[in-house]
Design a protein around this ligand. Structure first.
Ligand code: FAD
Length: 460
């Protein structure tokens, strides 16, 4: 039996791509892995999602860099799979293909007025302040007093924190310069974080809530009535949820100690969770050009604990605001019609990362699970996918008896199509330009904001 070196192609260079690559390379000394990425820069949401004031989260980049520099791993950026090269072409060139291209779209609220000026998706807003090239034209209007964020997960809290943080804190992060300038001029003083259900059902984690509670220059302002019966209800919920809700209760209701009272009395900005509310309509300004508020339906809860359901009461409430950010979830898209896709769940249907009905095709990360969980969750599900792939190689389900040319057979196609791949060493040039630009102004990095300029650095 002749076995050729397994050649594996990974689509997407976020945490899922890198963790899958890492596991395959480590487990099989003969495997070679190529990572294809749409942008000229790697790391997906670690670069374009994770908040600029969370630098410690971005340390995973060091591990990913080690993987990328491994002798049996290659990075090919600036290749849009589905457009520049098809998944079928990749399947022909490699023994196996792992799709880990994340979730690049967002769920829509599906309410009238959603397209008015002043309404943004959290995905675009986050992309804007984190330097995602496609979001640089967003130029959000921050001239209003009140902002409403719909959704109560970690992304919603990231956005609230960025809107409310003192500029001196943001100045020391890798937030983009245009975002910094816009936030410096921002008039936003009040941020309401709206959720369909109650305090026991918020979707954020304790770290993010603690950061809000301690955010300099801000104070919480919540409705005591929203917390009726919560202490009693807490007896039956799992421990992490209990700790989270206790912190929320303390932040919302407890009479603060002297130091905290002083801190709050000096605060010029306010944030609040608003519970039991669903968006019904974005209200337009009198000239109909932009948003002037949001109409919310008042809900009550049916059932108890984490699974309680929001039920409409029929009551409505209008909240005046000039900025609305909908943070109700990211969504994966189909990049190539040959790939099976469950458009209802917006994932690639799979069992343990094996794409159903297509031998040799796998998926990992948010494309596999849907857009939930932190990087550690993505790591575990990517290791699981890698394990499925390795098992299939060992069992012969992935046929290693045929030689595969890997990138050698793709490079000709790309050349014909006028696509120039960006290598990891090219990214290192971009990285070094960005870090030295940042250093000059006391930031860890000043990101390059257009693909064109990234490519100029590469081809200089
Ligand atoms: P992604 O990170 O999105 O990577 C997908 C990659 O695929 C991208 O590089 C993309 O450019 C590429 N791609 C897309 N289409 C194509 C194509 N057609 N061809 C080639 N490549 C393509 N987790 C934490 O642990 N801590 C945090 O503080 C934290 N903050 C977050 C903040 C935000 C706003 C968001 C949205 C998420 C945050 N997360 C955080 C979660 C974390 O980012 C995800 O768990 C993780 O990034 C998912 O990894 P992924 O590889 O599946 O997707």
């Amino acid at each position: 039996w002749i076995h050729f070196h397994p050649k594996v192609c990974i689509v997407g260079s976020g945490p899922a791509g890198f963790y899958t690559a890492h596991h395959v390379i480590k487990a099989r000394q003969d495997a070679e892995v190529d990572i294809y990425e749409r942008l000229p820069v790697p790391f997906g949401l670690v670069r374009f999602g994770v908040a600029p004031d969370h630098p410690e989260v971005k340390n995973v980049i060091n591990t990913f860099t080690q993987t990328a520099k491994h002798s049996r791993c290659n990075f090919y950026g600036n290749i849009n799979v589905g457009k520049d090269v098809s998944v079928e072409e990749l399947q022909q060139a490699y023994h196996a293909v792992v799709l880990s291209y994340g979730a690049e779209d967002n769920r829509k609220m599906g309410i009238p007025g959603e397209d008015l000026a002043g309404v943004y998706s959290a995905k675009d807003f986050v992309g804007w302040y984190n330097g995602l090239p496609s979001c640089q034209k967003l130029n959000p209007d921050l001239s209003c007093d009140t902002a409403v964020i719909l959704g109560q997960g970690n992304v919603a809290l990231d956005v609230a924190r960025i809107l409310l943080s003192p500029i001196n804190i943001l100045k020391k992060t890798d937030i983009t310069q245009p975002a910094l300038e816009a936030l410096e001029k921002s008039q936003v003083r009040r941020v309401l974080i709206v959720g369909r259900r109650g305090p026991i059902q918020i979707a954020c984690t304790i770290k993010e809530l603690r950061e809000m509670a301690k955010l300099p220059g801000t104070r919480p302002e919540m409705l005591a009535a929203d917390f009726d019966g919560i202490t009693e209800a807490l007896k039956n919920v799992p421990r992490p949820r209990k700790r989270l809700t206790e912190l929320l209760l303390k932040t919302a209701l407890e009479v603060p100690n002297e130091e905290e009272q002083e801190r709050r009395s000096k605060a010029s900005r306010v944030w609040a969770f608003q519970f039991f509310r669903s968006p019904v309509e974005v209200l337009a300004s009198p000239d109909k050009t932009r948003t002037a508020g949001i109409r919310l339906a008042v809900n009550r809860l049916e059932g108890s604990g984490e699974r309680a359901q929001a039920v409409l009461t029929g009551e409505l409430e209008d909240v005046p605001c000039g900025l609305i950010i909908s943070s109700i979830g990211y969504k994966s898209t189909l990049i190539d019609p040959s790939v099976p896709f469950d458009s209802h769940k917006a994932i690639v249907p799979n069992i343990n990362g094996r794409v159903q009905q297509v031998a040799g095709l796998y998926c990992s990360g948010w494309l596999k699970t849907g857009p939930t969980g932190v990087i550690a969750t993505t790591m575990n599900n990517s290791f699981d996918t890698a394990k499925s792939l390795l098992d299939d190689m060992a069992s012969g389900t992935v046929d290693l008896s045929a030689s595969k040319a890997g990138f050698h057979s793709i490079t000709g196609l790309l050349e014909k199509r006028g696509v120039k791949p960006v290598l990891f060493s090219d990214w290192e040039k971009i990285d070094s330009v960005e870090t030295s630009k940042g250093e000059a102004i006391g930031k860890p990095r000043e990101k390059i904001l257009t693909v064109q300029e990234m490519l100029q650095v590469v081809h200089k």
